[in-house]
Design a protein around this ligand. Structure first.
Ligand SMILES: Cc1ncc(COP(=O)(O)O)c(C=O)c1O
Length: 449
């Protein structure tokens, strides 16, 4: 099937017109929004996704990294089918929640106790609440431009522009219109991987921080990992200052058996998890030291943070999560991470062959493309590159990739799933080269760095 995108006569285009009558702007999820219309999925199997017009593509988005095993993995389907016949939600606890926690707990030494919730956003929110409850302080620190979900405090300074950057240290800026001004004072902003500035900023808030929230491979900073010096600074400073270190592994848990922390030797107080641990169903979790996780302990009356939720540890998610995590083995991770090295090389080679400059970074099975002359190191580097044409170049590249059989995110992020092998990476390289050449033919060279 060779329907081209965009095609006003396609079924996706017609569905988008229909969607406009029920959703504001036609969309109910920011991430799926696409111009001039959104593509609607019909089904997905393995590493391929087919839209309602019958066009099949290789899926390098994998629902923003949740689909570690691709789509409709037989073991996950069987687990869901079996659980669906036994009930999909009760107000009893279920054995499956213990089983999934037992599969996660041994993977990192900081995972002494675990709590489930329904999204990564909630996990970050509850981790921050726990840090505040335990320290009696309100301020948190985070890196400028880094995404930690939609909790008001976590999304401060998600996309500040140069006017808001300040002359010296990063300043805290609301993300949504109407963001409560006062919460900005409680969110301390630091630049990712900049040890000197971060230490100086943290010192200004000495004795006031409840937690530092860190992502070890923040894709919005271009995909480079945290440096050992930066990870040590955050760990040592928070420990000395009586604050908690929260490591956001909602995405990076797919990098190693115990996520980024086991790869880079980081020992946080609380880790936030999500995505792959739910086997494709909505999920979030907190895993932390026994001391930190006492914030959620209700055995002696009301917990400091009485974290709950109607869908927390729901049996369908637990069933899919168990099936998924049993397959996230050392071998599966090693194979997928090795394939990640090949994928980054194939994408880099396509750019080289097309004569287009870009930076291809990322770790493990994550691939991050930035149209930039130099490897980006932080949010501001990515911002500058995007503002100079990179964001538009990425959007145009993704549109052309769609017509060469590849689904890639216009954020620049791509990721692999276990049904993929070398053949799919070859396909990616061919599609990437053809798409970049098509951009040149279409006169879009002005967008390149
Ligand atoms: C690093 C990170 N933290 C938290 C979240 C929020 O997770 P969720 O979308 O499940 O709320 C995301 C989502 O992409 C994320 O990438």
């Amino acid at each position: 099937m060779t329907i081209r995108f965009p095609d006003p006569s396609s079924r996706s285009a017609a569905l988008f017109e229909r969607a406009k009558r029920v959703f504001p702007g036609g969309s109910t999820r920011g991430q799926t929004y696409m111009r001039p219309y959104m593509i609607y999925a019909r089904e997905a199997k393995g590493c391929r996704i087919t839209d309602v017009d019958g066009v099949e593509r290789l899926d390098f988005i994998n629902n923003f990294t949740t689909q570690f095993h691709g789509h409709s993995h037989p073991a996950i389907v069987a687990a869901l089918q079996s659980q669906a016949t036994k009930g999909t939600g009760f107000n009893f606890a279920s054995e499956s929640e213990i089983e999934l926690a037992e599969l996660i707990q041994p993977r990192a030494k900081s995972f002494e106790r675990i709590r489930f919730c329904s999204t990564g956003t909630e996990a970050v929110m509850h981790a921050i609440k726990a840090a505040r409850a335990l320290t009696g302080r309100t301020k948190i620190a985070k890196c400028e431009g880094v995404y930690h979900g939609a909790y008001d405090y976590a999304e401060i300074s998600l996309d500040p522009d140069p006017q808001a950057w300040g002359h010296d240290d990063p300043s805290s800026v609301g993300f949504t219109k109407g963001a409560v001004e006062s919460i900005r004072d409680d969110v301390v902003m630091v630049p990712f991987n900049d040890v000197v500035t971060t230490r100086r900023v943290l010192e200004k808030h000495k004795g006031q921080l409840a937690a530092f929230v860190l992502d070890a491979v923040p894709t919005r900073c271009g995909g480079a990992p945290v440096t050992p010096a930066y990870a040590s600074l955050v760990r040592d400073y928070t420990r000395k200052d009586g604050a908690l270190m929260i490591l956001d592994e909602v995405v990076t848990f797919r990098l190693g058996l115990g996520g980024a922390q086991t790869l880079y030797g980081i020992t946080p107080d609380i880790t936030t998890l999500g995505k792959i641990i739910g086997g494709g169903l909505p999920v979030g979790a907190l895993a932390g030291t026994s001391a930190a996780m006492t914030a959620f302990d209700q055995t002696n009356g009301k917990a400091a943070v009485p974290q709950s939720g109607t869908f927390t540890a729901n049996p369908l998610t637990m069933a899919a999560g168990i099936a998924s995590m049993m397959l996230v083995t050392k071998d599966a991770l090693a194979r997928l991470n090795a394939l990640g090295v090949k994928a980054r090389a194939a994408v880099s080679e396509a750019f080289r062959a097309a004569g287009v400059t870009a930076q291809v970074l990322g770790e493990g099975s994550l691939i991050v493309i930035t149209f930039a002359k130099e490897p980006p190191e932080n949010y501001r580097d990515v911002y500058r590159a995007n503002a100079a044409g990179g964001a538009q170049a990425m959007e145009e590249l993704c549109k052309r990739l769609l017509n060469h059989g590849v689904f890639w995110s216009n954020t620049g992020l791509g990721c692999l799933s276990t049904p993929m092998g070398e053949a799919e990476i070859d396909e990616l390289g061919v599609a990437m080269l053809a798409s970049l050449r098509a951009m040149k033919t279409d006169g879009l060279e002005r967008l390149f760095p």
